[in-house]
Design a protein around this ligand. Structure first.
Ligand SMILES: [Zn+2]
Length: 245
């Protein structure tokens, strides 16, 4: 294949553009900012779970407290009724003894219930603190997630800008090459990642392998407008005075 040496040298610009586009692609897939966002999302989820757990316990305890308060009220009402009967003086001696006995039992029951209630309230207070703490932690985690997302978006936007600029350069460059040369370049690039490189100091710029004597003499004897490729990697080797021929 033949191509004007100047056109061959322009291939190096296209290779530079493609190399940067590949770097952008690679960066985008391996950004530490992506890992940071994923980790922040996990932290938010864990904090949210903790908050839900604390709020659920709080709800359970609230119901328990209400139930216990109702029971205390019921015992009190019963005591009031008994005291009323005793004060009314209309009951028999036997009934009076029974009522006094019941009042003593009710009093003990009330004491137990009130102790339980106190303990419940203390537990509720502790869980309420947990819930508040979980809320603060969740807000902190959400803020960190927002920061991480902002940083990721910024880096993505920068990559986007670089890519757009390089894409535009590519669109301008591509029509400068004969179709067959471009096809060869694209085929090698698709297979090996680099389509064309400078032959510098007898070394292929794509695979970095140094050419042996016979390869050098073969290339030296080739006309400047002949397109030569690397026997190792297939890349188009662009010759310049730096090539060491
Ligand atoms: Zn090579």
């Amino acid at each position: 294949m033949k191509a004007d040496p100047a056109v061959q040298r322009r291939l190096l610009e296209l290779a530079d553009v493609d190399a940067e586009l590949a770097r952008v692609e690679h960066r985008r897939a391996t950004l530490p900012e992506l890992t940071a966002v994923a980790e922040a999302e996990q932290a938010v989820q864990a904090r949210r779970d903790a908050q839900v757990a604390a709020d659920t316990s709080l709800g359970d305890l609230d119901r328990e407290v209400k139930r216990q308060e109702k029971e205390v009220d019921a015992v009190r009402a019963r005591e009031d009724r008994d005291r009323g009967l005793l004060a009314g003086g209309t009951v028999s001696a036997k009934q009076m003894t029974d009522l006094e006995h019941e009042l003593a039992t009710l009093q003990r029951r009330q004491n137990t219930l009130e102790d339980d209630l106190l303990e419940l309230m203390e537990r509720r207070e502790a869980v309420e603190l947990d819930s508040k703490h979980a809320g603060v932690e969740l807000a902190k985690a959400e803020e960190e997630l927002a920061d991480a997302s902002r940083r990721r978006d910024q880096v993505m936007a920068d990559l986007e800008t670089t890519q757009a600029r390089r894409d535009a350069e590519r669109v301008t460059l591509v029509p400068e090459f004969p179709e067959a040369l471009l096809r060869l370049y694209e085929r090698v690039r698709a297979n090996k990642g680099i389509g064309a490189a400078l032959l510098r100091a007898r070394r292929c710029g794509a695979c970095r392998i140094e050419l042996d004597r016979s390869a050098i003499s073969r290339i030296s004897g080739t006309a400047a407008d002949e397109v030569v490729t690397c026997e190792e990697c297939g890349a188009i080797m662009v010759r310049t005075p730096e090539s060491g021929l």
